[in-house]
Every structure is written in C-alpha cells, then in structure tokens.
Design a protein around this ligand. Sequence first.
Ligand code: HEM
Length: 192
Amino acid sequence: MTVDPNAATRGFPEPAGRGPRPARYLVPAFVAGAVAVGLGVYGKVHDPAGTAFDLAGFSSTGAVKAWMASAAMFFALVQLVSALMLYGKLPGPAWSAALHRWSGRAAFLIAVPVAVHCLYALGYQTYETRVMWHSVLGCFFFGAFSAKMLLLRWERLPGWLLPIVGGLVLAVLTVIWLTSALWFFRTFGVTT
Ligand code: HEM
C-alpha cells in the first residue's frame, strides 16, 4: 500500500504563512513587467532627443557613458564576489554584507544616468541585432532589478530565489555592457 503524505491536509486550506503560495510572486513579476514594458514603450514612442553632453577629460558623450557603464559593471562584479562570501562559498570579512549593499547601490546609481541618456536621447532602437538586444535588456534590467528590491523585503523566501534573481540581474547587465561599452571601446579605442 502506498501512503499519501499529504492525505491529512488534502482539501483544507494551507495554514497561514506555511507552504509555497505561488500567487504572491505575481506582485514582483507584475512590477518587473510593468517597469520593463513602461520603459520600452517610452523609449519607442518618444522622439529621441539626440542630446549630447560634455564632461571635462572625456572626448565624447559615448566615452563618458562607456566608462560609467564599465564602473557599474565593476561594482556588479563586487556584488557577485560579496554574494558568494555571504553564502559561504568564498571566505570573506565580517563586512561582506555592507560590501554587498554598498556595491549594489554604487552600481545602480552609476547605471541610472547612463540609461536615462540612452532612453531619452537615443530611444529604443532595433536597427542592428546588437542594438536590439541592448535596448530590450536595458529595459528588462530595470524590471528585474525592481523585482529583486521587492523580494529583498520579504520574509520566508525559498533559499534559491534571491541567487537566481540576483544572478539574472548580473547576467543582463553583463550583456548590456558587452553590447554597448565593449562595442564602443572596440570601435573607437579605449580612450576617455
Ligand atoms: C543599465 C542600463 C544601460 C546601460 C548601462 C547602457 C549603456 C550604454 C552605453 C555605454 C552605450 C554606448 C555609448 C553611446 O552610444 O551612447 C549605449 C548605447 C545605446 N543605448 Fe544604452 N544602456 C542602458 C540602457 C538602455 C536602454 C533602456 C535603452 C533603450 C531602451 C538603450 C538604448 C541604447 C541605444 C539605442 C544605444 C546606441 C547603440 C549604438 O548605436 O551603438 N540603452 N548604452
């Protein structure tokens, strides 16, 4: 005879706060979708302003953005290393959690003005495969990032969820950097 381990609870509601309730993940999923689609629609429907700006020491707007994107990428890699320390996969100092928090804040604060320029001045473009992926993932990044920030506030998350969402945000930022800053440096040289 096979024993059904769920027989005692079948047909009864799940006790409050116990067990997986997939419906609650709809909130961050919905927010992520709304942010990504909202940015994409804005980037697509408005007329790209084409605005350029100068910063002392830099030869062009693109150079400033490529270096800022690289700085954001650097802090994102610090995020990865400090996360591995927090999960005990790498030896780390007592301040690993602070390192994780502050490197995340730095990466985000540096990436935002770059993306604002992309969205406002260049818009959502698809004239090349590289540019199409850059635009799609640029919007997706802010959606996935919003979802991660929401999930961080929640208790009783399954242990695998944050590493997956955090890894996704890092992977997306990496592709954004490859399709923009790396392309810029390869095309125009590694100059400021
Ligand atoms: C984390 C977010 C983002 C980062 C770090 C980033 C970074 C960059 C960088 C460094 C460049 C090259 C410099 C330049 O040509 O101005 C670039 C170009 C560009 N970005 Fe972004 N971007 C982001 C998000 C977005 C978004 C959301 C869009 C539009 C929906 C977008 C659209 C573009 C376009 C159309 C280009 C010109 C591509 C080309 O012709 O090479 N980017 N981005």
